[in-house]
Ligand binder design. Structure first.
Ligand code: PLP
Length: 458
């Protein structure tokens, strides 16, 4: 049997969640219009809605909060964060931002001209928004296999170099302001990129003088996969791997809410002096002084400490393997999931889970609601409801992937919590024939998944 590492932490502070009865859960989800986004957090026993900003901080991070230096300029905590980012990521310059999208806004505004193209290994919602808001067209250059939930590959987040070359030939290098390379790829299920692929992308870009910026939100999880799966990295530390990864980039945007092990924070980093000067000018207008960028001193201290903790092998091994444990239990029971299991969550394939429902009967929304009713576990629909409607035809976009996402907060839950989720999902799978589909009873015009309400069909 595979060995799963024990929790590398002792619990010092506890939060007591409400454990509602089944009747209470049925009432709560009905009240929420069968939309898990509309549930009260207090009504969820286990909350797998997102891994963003839901991390548990360590005693050292909390201690760091007490030495917050809230000076308007030149805070010592900023100097600590800046030095930490330089040491762990290897960049020459760092600009703090309130969270990842603040960094995306600055980077996209400074580098993109209207009518250009930004290629990336699948998109992320806010990243793509800022690229398109500045007049660029996003082009997906991830390998084809990433779009197929069944194909099990070690580095399913890789960039397809042929697609990148084809785009260069089609639009010309002068129309590509930069390439966005995400480690790991969130929407593909937390799939990593190999070091070889990063090196090859760098080589191709060097030939054309193209810039590569990483979305480094989950780079420690990516580094762990490289250590475990790629030849030549087994004996390297996570810190060494992370440094090598970023040596192939020109800069990066970071959401500290994920691998930074904090609840809020972010940064933009780069090597180019001129870009740094312009980013510093812009951060003042949108985020705050270049010595806090929307974070308080105590937040920056916790973030600096979080980065150092995130490269500890025992931490990152448990982090990724705890998720593999949940995924492996489901796979062993025959439950359809996206393969391989990624670095931050498990994605159920709702179409195969509820094959008697058409996509218009909202299988992923239905499954997320039933998982909550069964167990008090909150998850998220990522399928036709999140896909929205076509602005021109008014028809639903029907995405290929119809998934329920279980994203696991860092250092918050134990294997016993994974068992509760797995048992509930397996039980639902055994009784799947009895599950009826849902339909909209209220459909907001934009980003409908947040506020939509549903009821059972017929
Ligand atoms: C969360 C996320 C972002 C945006 O970061 P925020 O801190 O939420 O603004 C960007 N890219 C990826 C891949 C993310 O998961």
């Amino acid at each position: 049997m595979k060995h799963y590492p024990a929790e590398p932490y002792r619990i010092k502070v506890v939060e007591t969640p409400n454990m509602l009865s089944k009747e209470e859960r049925y009432a709560a989800i009905k009240e929420a219009g069968y939309n898990t986004f509309l549930l009260k957090s207090e009504d969820c026993y286990i909350d797998f809605l997102t891994d963003s900003g839901t991390n548990a901080m360590s005693d050292r991070q909390w201690a760091g909060m007490m030495i917050g230096d809230e000076a308007y300029a030149g805070s010592r905590n900023w100097l600590h964060l800046e030095a930490t980012v330089k040491e762990y990521f290897g960049f020459k310059h760092v600009v703090p931002t309130h969270q990842g999208r603040g960094a995306e806004n600055i980077l996209s505004t400074l580098l993109i001209k209207p009518g250009t193209y930004v290629p990336g290994n699948m998109y992320f919602t806010t990243t793509r928004y800022h690229q398109e808001a500045n007049g660029a067209t996003f082009r997906d250059i991830i390998i084809d296999e990433a779009h197929n939930p069944e194909i099990d590959l070690p580095f399913k987040g890789n960039i397809d170099l042929n697609k990148l070359q084809a785009l260069i030939d089609e639009v010309g290098v002068e129309n590509i302001p930069y390439i966005c390379l995400a480690v790991t790829v969130n929407l593909a299920g937390g799939q990593p990129v190999s070091m070889k692929n990063m090196r090859d992308v760098r080589k191709l870009c060097d030939r054309y003088g193209l810039k590569v910026f990483y979305d480094c939100t989950r780079c420690m999880e990516n580094a762990y996969f490289i250590k475990m799966r790629e030849d030549g990295y087994a004996d390297k530390t996570i810190k060494e791997i992370v440094l090598e990864m970023f040596s192939y980039s020109d800069g990066a945007t970071m959401s500290g809410k994920k691998d930074g092990l904090v609840n809020m924070g972010g940064f933009l980093a780069m090597n180019d002096d001129e870009l740094y000067t312009r980013a510093r000018e812009m951060v003042v207008v949108f985020e705050g002084m270049p010595s806090y960028g929307g974070m308080s001193g105590r937040d920056m201290e916790a973030f600096a400490i979080g980065i150092k903790e995130s490269v500890q092998f025992e931490y990152i091994q448990h982090r990724v393997e705890q998720i593999a444990y949940l995924g492996d239990r489901l796979i062993a029971a025959g439950v359809p999931v996206i393969k391989p299991i990624g670095g931050h969550g498990v994605f159920l394939d709702a179409r195969l889970f509820l094959p008697h429902l058409t996509q218009e009967q909202l299988p992923a929304q239905t499954l997320a609601a039933h998982l909550y009713m069964e167990s008090g576990v909150r998850s998220m629909e990522r399928g036709i409801v999140s896909g929205g409607r076509c602005k021109i035809t008014g028809k639903n976009h029907a995405p290929k992937l119809e998934t329920v996402r279980l994203t696991i907060p860092r250092r918050v839950y134990t294997y016993a919590h994974m068992d509760i989720a797995a048992d509930a999902i397996i039980s639902l799978y055994k009784n799947r024939d009895s599950i009826r589909g849902l339909k909209f009873v209220y459909e907001p015009p934009m980003l409908r998944f947040f506020n939509a309400r549903f009821d059972y069909c017929d």
